[in-house]
Design a protein around this ligand. Structure first.
Ligand SMILES: [Fe+2]
Ligand SMILES: [Fe+2]
Length: 282
């Protein structure tokens, strides 16, 4: 696969380090967000803003995960989790910084979202981190990561980015492949600290509802600013995205439901092939 926006480095948009779930080392990135069209995926407001809406909130979600997990690192010191969790934290920090950079492009394209991002930051720092216990924050993170893994699997398996703007394709393939690489780790971290079923379920419920709410709000906000919220094409694209072509809604429900079973055990090995494919480009 060829990447655009080549710059004078020894790698294109991201370093092609092979998948290694035992270490989850972060990859160097070099995304040049030049000339990104407003609707960079299939010329569709719905498909583009599904990804853009995630982009809006990812810096806040990922910064929260990084802060909580860094603070809780002493709990897994000298265990087999320490090395991959350290890598995981670095991967999430890089994701957040990169999506923050892309949010500047969305701003330059004329989209307005500063207030909603301030509310999101406030919610994480002044509400969740102040009022939830560290173990409940870890349970929340485990829930976020479960839905991130499911989204990443659906995106990579369906090849829905095949016709995207090359830089954006590269951005989302890199991020989703690293989500696959570190999938299951947040659950293991939580399990090491607290393995009560109700803690996982409570965190899992909140950790599922929050990203979905952010996604719905973000998509509505961006599609509204395109003035296409009530267009027929928007409805058609939404139907294709959710139910007919990509089946995003039934697939999400199907794949995330197992997280709520008593005997849940993440089956990350089954997913690695999708991440390996991304990191085997030359
Ligand atoms: Fe991430
Ligand atoms: Fe993640």
């Amino acid at each position: 696969m060829k990447f655009v926006d080549m710059t004078p480095t020894d790698f294109p948009s991201f370093e092609n380090k092979p998948l290694n779930p035992n270490l989850c080392e972060p990859r160097k990135v070099n995304f040049q967000f030049n000339n990104i069209p407003k609707h960079w995926l299939n010329n569709s407001s719905v498909l583009t803003h599904y990804f853009n809406a995630m982009n809006l909130f990812l810096p806040a979600f990922e910064a929260f995960m990084v802060r909580v997990m860094r603070n809780e690192l002493p709990r897994i010191k000298n265990t087999e989790l320490e090395a991959p969790i350290r890598g995981f934290i670095k991967q999430e920090a890089t994701h957040g910084q990169t999506h923050h950079k892309y949010n500047k492009i969305l701003e330059a394209q004329g989209y307005k979202f500063k207030t909603i991002l301030k509310i999101a930051d406030f919610f994480f720092t002044e509400v969740l981190e102040k009022y939830l216990s560290p173990k409940m924050c870890l349970a929340l993170i485990s829930g976020f990561e479960n839905i991130a893994t499911v989204f990443s699997y659906i995106i990579l398996k369906s090849n829905m980015l095949a016709t995207a703007n090359p830089t954006m394709r590269s951005l989302w393939e890199w991020h989703t492949a690293e989500e696959i690489e570190h999938s299951g780790l947040a659950f293991k971290f939580l399990n090491h600290v607290d393995n009560h079923y109700w803690v996982r379920i409570l965190g899992g419920l909140l950790g599922t509802l929050m990203p979905i709410a952010a996604l719905v709000v973000g998509m509505a906000l961006l599609i509204m600013q395109d003035q296409s919220l009530t267009n027929q094409k928007t409805f058609d694209d939404l139907r294709k995205f959710l139910f007919t072509e990509y089946k995003f809604l039934p697939l999400t429900v199907k794949h995330m439901a197992s997280y709520f079973k008593l005997e849940f055990n993440p089956k990350s090995e089954d997913l690695y092939q999708y991440g390996e494919k991304v990191f085997s480009h030359s």
